[in-house]
Design a protein around this ligand. Structure first.
Ligand code: CAA
Length: 287
């Protein structure tokens, strides 16, 4: 475990926030997860409990360890409960206004001026979030991958203001405490993985949209022909089509490249509330 950080907070209990909190709790850290209210906090608890059960069922975790991880995690509807945290990881929706608001509030709430405020953003500039605080040197990107308990990567993203000490601390945290592998990226929309992944996902959406091939065949093509664990449309459904569209917006804003422009079908599906696995229907349907 990293010598430095033992008290962690996570803001947002959706699939990413819950996954990050679960990994922290499984690593033995005192973890507080903050949602907008008590009902949402309860839903985050259910999400983590279900994932822990799954890990036990798959033989990845002892039943006692799962119980201890849940006991180590506090669920709250109030940011005030993050006051004593040494590291807070923000994982709310991929919306600039929502994230900026969280950072401004965390800067006031988190008492230790040396505490690190990290963002799990997939694509927004870390710098902008840092500038919403009075401690831009302690603000950094820590970008996890879904499902967080399974995928070993964390992208560490430093803004022009992030201090070398902050970067070293979170790298040590991600590798030694969480057992993840770190890659570093500059503060550019999409960082390394999404800058490469999103054009590929969009190529698949355009292929389906034009009738070139069915969603099932596109996915089977990449799963069986290239040994990807999921085809691109099933993966977009897993990430959430609203999240994919938001990432694309940031990428397109930054680079103005047509390959980052979201295809109309994706936009229509988001408007229709067909967001993928979390709503039961996206490019595929889920039971
Ligand atoms: N805790 C620990 N381990 C777990 C687990 C949990 N809660 N749930 C599953 N696992 C383990 C299983 O034990 C299994 O491990 P082994 O193969 O060693 O037995 C492995 O994870 C796979 O689990 P399953 O067999 O249950 O499921 P699967 O084979 O259908 O795989 C999947 C599901 C892991 C999601 C796989 O399809 C996959 O990796 N898909 C690609 C996901 C991906 O690319 N994610 C990145 C998205 S991009 C992103 O997140 C960033 C962004 O900014 C948008």
């Amino acid at each position: 475990m990293s010598a430095g950080i033992v008290r962690v907070g996570v803001v947002g209990g959706g699939q990413m926030g819950a996954g990050i909190a679960e990994v922290c709790a499984r690593a033995g850290l005192d973890t507080v997860i903050c949602e907008v209210d008590a009902i949402a906090a309860r839903a985050a608890r259910d999400r983590i409990a279900a994932s822990l059960d799954r890990a036990v069922g798959r033989g990845k975790l002892e039943r006692d360890a799962a119980r201890d991880a849940l006991a180590r995690t506090a669920f709250t509807g109030s940011l005030d409960d993050l006051a004593d945290r040494q590291l807070v990881i923000e994982a709310v929706i991929e919306n600039p206004a929502a994230k900026t608001e969280v950072f401004a509030a965390l800067d006031k709430t988190v008492e230790d001026p040396e505490a690190v405020l990290a963002t799990n953003t997939s694509s927004l500039p870390v710098m902008r979030l840092g500038m919403a605080t009075g401690r831009a040197d302690r603000v950094v990107g820590l970008h996890f991958f879904n499902p967080v308990p399974v995928l070993p990567l964390v992208e560490v993203v430093t803004s022009l203001h992030t201090s070398a000490g902050t970067t070293a601390l979170v790298e040590d945290f991600a590798t030694r405490s969480l057992g993840k592998t770190v890659i570093r990226s500059q503060d550019r929309a999409g960082f390394v993985v999404n800058a490469l992944l999103v054009p590929y996902l969009f190529a698949a959406v355009r292929m389906a949209e034009s009738g070139f091939a069915t969603a099932a065949d596109i996915d089977a093509g990449m799963e069986l022909g290239c040994a990807h664990p999921m085809g691109p449309l099933r993966l977009a459904d897993l990430i959430g089509l609203d999240t994919v569209a938001s990432i694309a917006e940031s990428l397109y804003d930054e680079f103005r490249e047509p390959l980052y422009a979201p295809p109309p079908l994706l936009q229509r599906m988001v408007e229709a509330g067909l967001l993928g696995r979390k709503t039961g229907r996206g490019f595929h349907t889920y039971g």
